[in-house]
Structures are given as C-alpha cells and as structure tokens.
Design a protein around this ligand. Structure first.
Ligand SMILES: C[S@@+](CC[C@H](N)C(=O)[O-])C[C@H]1O[C@@H](n2cnc3c(N)ncnc32)[C@H](O)[C@@H]1O
Length: 469
C-alpha cells in the first residue's frame, strides 16, 4: 500500500534553471549586486563565484547543508564584508522572487500531483534547495500548494540531498513506513540512490538534459523508469495492492465488459482500490471442443456444467489465497443476497463468484470448494452472469474510497426503513413542486421530514420490512 509520494522539485515539478543557477553558482553575486554594486565591481564576480563554489564543495563533501542566507553571509565574510542580516535576507528574497516568475511546470507534473491526491495519496516535495521559500512560492503559483502536504529542503533539514538521512527524516516526520513510500525525480544519486538507501522505492523520470556527473556517479537502479511524471504517478498506483479482488468465473466473459468498463467500477479499478477479473471457464476444459457441460445423470431436461473445469479454474486462479477466499456460486436456490451479506463480503479482500448456466452446476463443485451459494432474488435467470455483476457492484461500492462515505451511511437496507425520496432541479416540473421543507435550509426539519417519508415509503413498497407488520 503506497501512502506517500515525494517529488523532487527541479526538473521534476518545475523547470527553473534560472533559480538553479542562482542556488548553485550565482547567489552571492546577485545579492551583492543589489546590496553593494561598487564592492562587487572592486572584488569581481569571478572571485565571488569561486568562493561560493568552494563553499558548495564543502557542503557536498560533508553532507551538511547550509541555508541560503548563511551561505551568502559566509562568502561575504570570507572577503571581510559584513552586512546586516536583514539586508541579506531582503536581497535574497528579491533575487529569488524574480526567478519564481521564470519557473514553468514540467509537463504533466501538476496533473500527476492532482491524480495522486485524488486517490488519497499524500504528497511531499523533497528538494536540494537552499532557499526554502522559493518552493512555496512556486507551488503556490502553479496552483498545487494545497495538494502538497509538506516541503522538505536540504536548507530546512540541514542535510545535503545525496544523504539518505534526508529521506529517513521525511519518513519519520510523515509517520510512513519506507515500503509505503515512493520518490519520483530526475537524478540517479539524489532521487534514486538516496531514497532507496532509506528503504523507499524510487522512480526516475529522465529530463532529457545533460546532467552533471555528480548526480549520476552511482549505479543505483531505479524501481521504474517513466517517460513522464504522470506515467510515474500511474506506475505508483499500479503498485497498490487492491483492497478487494473479485475473480469471476463464467462461460461468457464478454457479458462483463460494459459493466466493469464504466462509471464507478471503472474509476475504482483505476484508483487501484478494486480488481475485478473475469475468467473463461472453457480455458480449463480438457478436450479440443472445450466442452464445459454434459447431460444430467438421472435424466431430465437441459445440460449441467461439468465440475473439473470449474474446480481447476478456481484452484489455479486463487492459488495460495484459496483457503482464505470467499467462494460463492450464483444459484437461484441459494441464500438470498442482502446488504448485510454485501457488507461482510466487502471486508473479505478476496472473493470468487462462479456463474452457472443451463440447468446449473455439478453439485460437487460446491462441496469441493466449500462454496457459499447466493441468490439475488426469488426468480430464475438464464445464467449467473447478471447476479455476479449485481453482487460485484454492490460489494465494490462498500470498499472504502470507492464512493464517498456519506453516500453509504444513509441509504436503504441499512435499518428498518428504505431511503427517503430525493429531488433535484427544476424546482417545479409538470406542476409538481419540490417539497417546501427541502428548500427551507432548516436541517432538523429536513431530517424529520425525511424520516417520516422513509417510513411512508417502506409501508407503501416494502411493508415486509417493518418490524410490527
Ligand atoms: C436457468 S438457471 C438454473 C436454475 C436451476 N435449474 C434452478 O431451478 O434453480 C442457470 C443459472 O443461472 C443462475 N441464476 C439464475 N437465477 C439466479 C438467481 N436468482 N440468483 C443467482 N443466480 C441465478 C445460476 O447460476 C444458475 O445455475
């Protein structure tokens, strides 16, 4: 289960070379240009760039990061230049602030962040930046500040990014186990080696630009290489173990295409919350005609589905999960499927639904697989496919995350009564007005009205549900 995805910033979320050059090369020069241009001319930019490079090299060697203002101040002091700290802070903010407007989002990065957030995955940014506010301002400008739960920079942590301690700190702070977290970035050392050392998985999204050898002096192998940031996010999702897996066994797999490929079930599948797989029982038959049925012993009308293909299919597909899975045969004479049974099954994790056809299924399938038998109502359908769809749909919507929790809390078949009636726009239709109370905004009165209506509807349509009927 992936709970947290951290993103690198430079060239993963933002193209911001101007800022990057400031961070690694030019910051003291740009600041001095603001504070004291004459002194800059006297000393010369090259001297200052060289002093900053020496400082940066010592950071890289020690693994201990220095925050931007301190770094600039140290360089100045090495030339015996003493400036008021506030003046340095203002000048750094001014220089960095200007480069925010030059930053542009990496293609698909914003979509990737939103995509993961919509699927309840927590998002953090882990960057080698030495000036923390630049990231806050940029994410704000890109409109994703709300989606990003935290930003950790080398500056804020005091740890250079190639040091795995940076990621260990992130995980501890977020309260997430390393194997529940993935980092996405563009540098082998900073974004792959380092998070992997901390136990995380790491995805490389090469940015296609030449990268300094410093970033790549490692043979770390990414867990995945993605073409775009969105591809990386989709890969992350693919790593999720679904909360519910339903295997459906049928002679007619195409019947399921529409139901599983639309709407809520499709989204739940895309979110990685459920996995519904349809298997063709004929793939486990033993003859070239793929015979799955035969005439009944004792005579009688119709054909009976043979036991061996079904038993072997279920055993092979469920594998080690067989003893723990809930196996149910669709059966007109089975126990009646209810919301209560759906709730129980939704908490099960692994379910197999077997669809009968013709006269039904050889009784030994039920015995061998110790199967449950479920009926969706007191009528006979031509096959178990529709019942399997009904059951899969009912169970899936109860899996946490598939639909909003409020929708599940208050609906028919949870208590004694069915649900109250609903209305939406237009307010008047063919002379029928929406009940006044629903427009009042008075929550207590609305609740009271709905409770009364639920009783009336139950009495009208389902009197059998009322306790004292
Ligand atoms: C035509 S029915 C067989 C009916 C069976 N001879 C009987 O009288 O109970 C074929 C298959 O449809 C499925 N089926 C039919 N009605 C069902 C229902 N109400 N609930 C669940 N499954 C049903 C079962 O899988 C059944 O094996």
């Amino acid at each position: 289960m992936i709970e947290l995805v951290t993103f690198d910033f430079h060239n993963t979320i933002a193209h911001c070379d101007d800022w990057f050059q400031l961070e690694i090369r030019m910051l003291p020069v740009a600041v001095l240009e603001q504070l004291d241009p004459e002194t800059l001319t006297r000393i010369g930019s090259e001297e200052i760039v060289a002093a900053y490079r020496t400082l940066r090299m010592s950071v890289i060697e020690s693994g201990v990061e220095i925050e931007a203002i301190d770094g600039v101040d140290r360089v100045f002091r090495s030339f015996d230049l003493i400036y008021d700290r506030e003046a340095i802070e203002d000048a750094v903010a001014g220089v960095m602030g200007r480069s925010v407007t030059l930053a542009s989002p990496v293609p698909t990065a914003i979509e990737a962040i939103r995509f993961l957030r919509e699927r309840d995955i927590r998002i953090g940014v882990v960057s080698s930046a030495v000036y923390h506010p630049f990231l806050e301002w940029t994410l704000e400008r890109f409109g994703v500040a709300d989606a990003v739960e935290f930003i950790v920079t080398s500056a804020s942590a005091g740890i250079y990014k190639s040091n795995p301690e940076l990621y260990r700190g992130v995980l501890a702070e977020a309260g997430v186990q390393p194997d529940h977290a993935v980092h996405i970035g563009d540098s082998a050392r900073w974004d792959i080696w380092s998070p992997q050392q901390a136990g995380m998985r790491a995805v490389l999204v090469p940015n296609g630009e030449p990268i300094s050898p410093l970033q790549h002096d490692t043979d770390a192998t990414p867990d995945h290489v993605a073409e775009t940031v969105l591809d990386a996010a989709e890969w992350v999702l693919g790593q999720q173990a679904p909360r519910l897996t339903i295997d459906i066994f049928t002679l007619f797999p195409p019947m399921f295409t529409g139901v599983l490929g639309e709407s809520i079930l499709k989204r739940a599948h895309a979110k990685g919350l459920i996995d519904i797989r349809v298997h063709d029982i004929r793939d486990w038959t033993h003859d070239k005609h793929r015979t799955a049925d035969d005439t009944p012993y004792g005579g009688g009308a119709g054909m009976v589905m043979k036991a061996p293909p079904i038993v072997e299919a279920v055993e092979e597909v469920l594998g080690d999960d067989l003893p723990n899975a809930h196996i149910a045969i669709m059966s007109a004479g089975g126990r009646r499927f209810t919301q209560e049974i759906a709730q129980e099954l939704s908490e099960h994790g692994r379910i197999a639904l077997i669809c009968g056809h013709y006269e039904g299924i050889d009784e030994r399938v039920s015995e061998i697989l110790q199967a449950d038998e479920l009926s969706i109502g007191d009528y006979v359908l031509t096959g178990g496919e529709l019942p399997a769809m009904v059951i899969a749909d009912t169970i899936s919507r109860l899996v946490p995350g598939v639909i909003t929790e409020e929708s599940i809390l208050d609906e028919s078949h949870l208590g004694e009564y069915v649900e109250y009636p609903h209305y939406t726009r237009p307010q008047e239709y063919r002379g029928l007005e929406v009940p006044e109370v629903l427009l009042s905004g008075h929550h207590a009165k609305i609740a009271e009205w709905r409770a009364d209506q639920a009783k009336l509807r139950t009495a009208k349509w389902r009197p059998d549900l009322l306790k004292d009927n």
